[in-house]
Write a protein that binds this ligand. Sequence first.
Ligand SMILES: [Fe+2]
Length: 544
Amino acid sequence: MSTDYPDFGLDAAQRRDAVFTHRYEYPGMDGARGELWCYSDALAYAPGSLVRLMISSSVERAELEIARDGAELRVVLQQSLAGLRWQPTPEDCSVVGCGWESAFEFRIGEDWPSGAYRVSLVAAGNDGAPIRSHHLFIVKPRPGPKPRRVLQVAATGTWTAYNTWGGSNHYRGLTGPNRDQYSPTVSIERPWCRGFVVLPADAPRVPLECSPPPGAPLRYPHMEWAYATGHSTKYASAGWASYDSHFMRWAERAGYAVDLVSQHELHYEPGLLHDYDCVVMVGHDEYWSWEMRDAIDAYVDRGGHVARFAGNFMWQTRLEEGGRRQVCYKYRARAEDPVYRERDNSRTTGSWEAPETGRPGAATFGLNAIDGLYAGWGGCAARGVRGFPVYRPGHWAFRGTDLSYGDLLGAEGHAFGYEVDGLPYVIRDGLPEALPTGGAPEGLSILALGMSSLIEEPRSQADIDDRFIGDEEATYVAGLRFGDASAASVDRVKRGCGMIVHFTRGAGEVFHAGSCEWVAALLRNDAMVARVTSNVLDRYLAGS
Ligand SMILES: [Fe+2]
């Protein structure tokens, strides 16, 4: 493997800017060249529903194309649009929504299959080059039993949390007295940032594809690429293009029938889960509401099967205004979330493992984000395993893989990383066992276990100011666990892991490969990861 970081033609100052300056999409950012921006009035629609596209445009005409983005891109609608106009946008649009008027409306065809639909707009820019923009909406399945069909739940809570459009998300923002804080409230009524819907094939993923030599400075190539190409700083952290799409495409090409919903359907229409034998989540899936978890728990208890190939089940959210706004105070929850001061403060929007919430992620999915975390990038296990070290190769999920004790699953496709989920554990007679403190269901089996880190420890004095990940997560978790963020407490929490687990609960069961990058291995045709994925889907679709 190369020891050189990839080079995107940036100088040292630009590389620093790429990581540490708050860049975001805003109306007018492209100046005289002109812009086209679009969002829709919902995340997901039933067949036959009316879709309203809110478009703000500096040019009067554009060509619209809508295509289902699955095993292949299938065009369902093409239309020339005229009479487009520039619409005023409030400064706090990320928080309250853009408030644009509808510019074009159409009905979802009764025959449009459930899935993700890409909206492409193209117009002639004032400099002669085309202006392009993209949006994405979901078409829900029709109600009714769906034998042999997978229901994929898109990680729309995480897309919303990371969306940089308008300046504020759950990471950085323009809120607070100095207009420099992340926003605990974000709106879905705004365009997706650049790179969430469509990406070129050579867009780097977050985990490093090089092994930095001793003394190499910390670098974050995906953010350098974003800077060099005009994509959102968060393109590789969330979105359909980086994550969810890779499962949909792989599964359809492998012959599976896949329907798609957003997380809003779990929250508002939980009954639709019961039409399916198998429900899947993939990628970076970090933000869930209490009600969404209730939906999954009820589904599993009644005999449903959940296959989760995803990482970072971390934060509780609340939905407001009928789902148009997502609330998550995160690190500031105890200080600022008004729910924390209520008599029942279980809905405080912090970590699921916070005592006031007391609902460890592991109770639903078998793993917790705070027992896992970063692997394969920055200063976090950057030279670590790229796959899952296998401990229980005899499990049915590994049938046909030839994996043995100590083998790595998914190293070829780099399945292990960016953010992984784990549990507190002990190793007895060479086999990991979950400790009860993690909150996992009894009888849970740890099939694979790798190492991760909650902290980005500097390799040199120079690194201290150049860390993007730093120690924010470790100090937060130390505060949750021990009530203080002292060096001793941080030291007790900083060593994380990443696992594959399986358990039964009620009449159902859950298989969880806790890594954001599982889908990257599917994208890269990692045969063993594909085989394990098929083993799980086949068993669950057969209803056993
Ligand atoms: Fe995350």
